[in-house]
Design a protein. Structure first.
Length: 171
């Protein structure tokens, strides 16, 4: 769980790395071989054509350390998205959206923040499924879809949440 939270914190703190993961890597298929020009083209388009090659190389190195890219025997990078940690996701979710007390938030607000991508969720359907499972495990108070508005309500604030999450998910 600590590795996942640290990955989230790094990707949140480094906008270039976060954008590369959320916008460039996660939309492509798992185990896809990443062409050598893919990340440089994305980064230069997104952050400017004068983005140094050394910066791009450092980013690739860091993405390998995070376990998102794996260098193959052929010298090419392959996308490997680590499986999401339920506990890490719920701790970060509560930290971001339930800072003062238990309450509710619209799904679109959660989906608009890329934190869930940083933690290994590839799409919104996977996120919805996980939130519904969390409701079944009584880690959320409600999951409501009414009049095209999808929302969740928190059972706990961020601090009291950690103990039940560890007991229910075990990780």
């Amino acid at each position: 769980m600590a590795d996942e939270v640290l990955r989230y914190l790094y990707l949140r703190a480094e906008p270039m790395a976060g954008a590369a993961v959320a916008e460039a890597l996660l939309p492509i298929a798992e185990n896809a071989v990443i062409p050598d020009s893919y990340l440089p083209n994305f980064l230069r388009t997104r952050f400017g054509h004068d983005t140094p090659a050394k910066t791009i190389q450092r980013l690739k190195t860091n993405l390998r350390k995070l376990g998102l890219l794996v260098r193959g025997k052929n010298g090419r990078d392959t996308l490997r998205v680590p499986p999401p940690s339920a506990t890490a996701f719920l701790i970060v979710l509560h930290h971001l959206f339930a800072p003062q007390q238990a309450g509710g938030v619209e799904f679109r607000t959660i989906a608009a923040d890329p934190f869930w991508k940083y933690l290994g969720f590839k799409n919104e359907d996977q996120l919805r499924t996980f939130l519904k499972q969390s409701l079944d495990r009584e880690l959320l108070a409600k999951y409501v879809l009414a009049d095209r508005i999808e929302s969740i309500s928190f059972r706990y604030g961020p601090r009291p949440f950690a103990a039940p999450a560890v007991r229910r998910f075990g990780r």
